[in-house]
Design a protein around this ligand. Sequence first.
Ligand code: ZZB
Length: 254
Amino acid sequence: QGYTLIKLRIHDDHIPAILKTHVTSSTNGVYLAAATLRPETMYGQTNCWLHPDILYVAFETRLHGILICTRRAAQNMVYQEFTHIYGQYTILAEFLGSELFGLPLYAPLSYYETVYVLPMMTIKEDKGTGVVTSVPSDSPDDYAALMDIKNKPNLREKYHIKESMVLPYDPVEIIELEPDGRLAAPTICNQMKIHSQNDRDKLLEAKEKIYTKSFYDGILLVGKYANTKVSDAKKTCKVISRSNDECVVALVDQ
Ligand code: ZZB
């Protein structure tokens, strides 16, 4: 099973100062590189998650601008011909997740024009790229974490997150799932009385339930594959991703 890499572009006027010197007219943008198993849900992205204490690196790629992800993921990409010299790369800068909170991004295919980098405490360093794109309509983990940051002013204060980066962002209806309706993750989180991103056991159960159901019974409501089943759309989704090279690149197997 492979991850698809989604490139979320940092607005040019918010590129971190230490990277600015590396950005020339030929650099094709600076991106957070998120790994997803659900590329067909990208219309529903509301924000990007980083872990405050994980270390992320920025490195220059051959075709995809400057990418930011964990060192482990960067190393993995370097062996998939992402850089000019196979197996070699230069780290341009390192950041803790907390240093990147609040940055504005363009998330490819998202309903929202700009989304922000927000904290998630349950990100695993050794999975994917350590960068997670958030789809609260269909991912219980994302919905729980979004509710935490929306409902807890202390959490926002601690990480200098403004209300305007969070409050206007609601889950977007992207998949119809009978009998749960169009917002599977909020529905299951409410049913199971999940109160925060730290309800790990319940969230695991919720995620497993939704994965299978969404795959076999879900019908996409938006985008190029509106009105097709998720299981059918998935087969072609990677192809869409490749053609949209401004923002989304092909598969990262890890
Ligand atoms: C968008 C998305 C939309 C995701 C959805 C899921 C769902 P799994 O099955 O446990 O391997 N993810 C990726 N990397 C990390 C990480 N380092 N730490 C924590 N979470 C991570 O989970 C794969 C999913 O976990 C990925 O797919 C990503 O979120 C997140 F509607 O991307 B997904 C029911 C799930 N729905």
